[in-house]
Write a protein that binds this ligand. Structure first.
Ligand SMILES: N[C@@H](CCC(=O)N[C@@H](CS)C(=O)NCC(=O)O)C(=O)O
Length: 216
């Protein structure tokens, strides 16, 4: 399989964590978002949305392009069920998916670079207003997630096994740190971050570990 992504893209980061947790090796093709490579004709032929990630899969004699990080993680889970990214219990699986959706649908899109660019461009927001916006949506999301974690978390978002919710959480924490958000009010999230940092699957997925990172 081939993963088209960008080192600092949180959605690519999610998929890298999921692949690493499952022990699946893939080829990686960098798509430089700063150079607008995601909008090149060649890339749009794979992913009409012009977003990363895209996972290219060879299966049943054909090559298929999968987009949307949550759909990709669900594919990986169904195709290679062990080690699992979701718990066995049906209700528990729904709880983990709720956390994933909070992170991926209520937080990530609001603070996506193209939204921030629109704010400071067409909407005329200042850099300071951009930061207020960014930090507001981090606080709003993390406050709710922190409450959900009171009933679900062990060492990780759900119990003591790392999984799909942790793969969604870690990139959001990474982004929040880049924008110097105050995370002191979220002790459970910080404890989960520390637990994830101990694992090779999460370490190897970090943006600065990727070949297209300037830090590499
Ligand atoms: N819901 C999508 C979001 C994908 C997305 O927003 N990707 C960003 C990077 S994190 C992107 O490609 N941005 C490029 C652009 O906005 O032009 C997913 O989960 O895969």
């Amino acid at each position: 399989m081939t993963l088209h992504g960008y080192y600092r893209s949180s959605t690519s980061y999610r998929v890298r964590i999921a692949l690493n947790l499952k022990g699946i090796a893939v080829d990686q093709v960098p798509v430089n978002l700063l150079e607008a490579e995601q909008r090149s004709e060649a890339y749009l032929a794979l992913n009409p949305q012009g977003l990363v990630p895209t996972l290219m899969v060879d299966e049943a004699g054909q090559r298929t392009a999968l987009s949307q990080s949550l759909a990709i993680m669900e594919y990986l889970e169904e195709r290679w069920p062990t080690p699992a990214l979701l718990p066995d219990d049906l209700l528990a699986r729904a709880q983990v998916r709720s956390m994933c959706l909070l992170l991926a649908c209520e937080m990530h899109p609001l603070n996506n670079p193209r939204v921030l660019k629109f704010l400071t461009g067409q909407m005329g927001a200042s850099e300071e207003q951009r930061l207020v916006w960014y930090r507001h949506w981090v606080a709003e999301g993390f406050l709710r997630l922190e409450k959900m974690l009171t009933t679900s978390a062990g060492r990780f978002c759900f119990g003591d096994t790392p999984g799909m919710a942790d793969a969604c959480l870690m990139p959001q924490v990474y982004n929040a740190r880049r924008f110097e958000c105050d995370l002191a009010a979220y002790p459970r999230i910080l404890a989960i971050e520390a637990a994830c940092h101990e694992l090779e699957a999460f370490q190897a997925a970090q943006p600065d570990q990727q070949a297209d990172s300037p830090a590499a």
